[in-house]
Write a protein of this length. Structure first.
Length: 231
């Protein structure tokens, strides 16, 4: 099709560029969510009342407020807030706001997945580690985490899938991702079906690849469990 060609008359190159923006945004946002989520997961597991209060407040805000409102708030207010605190003026881009907003929102969900995974580890594992006299750090590194990440894998995959879909929201603050490029191309050519179908198919392909990769990773992670059931 001429409108999907890569010359001056088509929008193929713009759509591919938008795809790279979407993928980059999703990957960086997920890395931030995963990193911050692990820290929040540790906080959520703490018995300290102050840390528990912080976790409940964080979870209530970022699980209760729509992601789009977080995006709008950061995009329009982050420069003012930073300047008020540090007296330094900053310019924010749609991409940086997208990474930050998706990261802090989905970190709450990652933390909840981690918290649930740790709670699903049999209490006998902790008792055995303490009986062996292992330091708390070693108990977590050698006993808890190797089991927790396997349990948390399906939930973390779901978080990635949800975050991937929410990248489309960043187009509302001007990010030239695949959704925005499809919208621009459909407005210029008056053929929205082709371009929005392309954008939708792109997300379907990303999701299918994720499901395939997650299935292979889960099979590898559970290989010891499957052998144990055979005895």
């Amino acid at each position: 099709m001429g409108i999907l060609s890569f010359d001056d008359m088509g929008y193929g190159d713009e759509l591919i560029a938008g795809l790279f923006v979407t993928i980059s945004l999703a990957l960086l946002g997920f890395v931030l969510a995963l990193t911050l989520g692990v820290v929040l997961g540790v906080v959520a597991l703490s018995h300290n009342r102050l840390m528990q209060g912080f976790w409940r407040t964080y979870a209530s805000i970022f699980m209760g407020v729509p992601s789009l409102l977080i995006i709008f708030f950061l995009f329009y207010n982050a420069p003012t807030i930073v300047e008020a605190i540090t007296s330094v003026h900053i310019d924010v881009s749609a991409f940086s706001v997208g990474v930050t907003s998706l990261g802090i929102v989905y970190a709450a969900y990652v933390a909840e997945v981690i918290r649930g995974a740790v709670h699903n580890i049999p209490a006998g594992q902790f008792d055995a580690a303490r009986a062996l006299g292992l330091h708390k750090l070693y108990r977590w590194w050698f006993i808890v985490l190797p089991q927790a990440w396997r349990i948390a894998l399906p939930g973390t995959t779901n978080v990635w899938m949800a975050l991937l879909k929410d990248t489309a929201l960043i187009s509302l603050v001007g990010l030239t991702d695949v959704v925005r490029m499809a919208n621009i191309a459909s407005g210029a050519t008056k053929q929205p079906f082709i371009f929005f179908a392309f954008a939708g198919l792109s997300f379907i392909v990303f999701s299918a690849l994720t499901m395939f990769g997650a299935e292979q990773l889960e099979r590898w992670a559970n290989r010891g469990q499957e052998r144990a059931k055979g005895f």
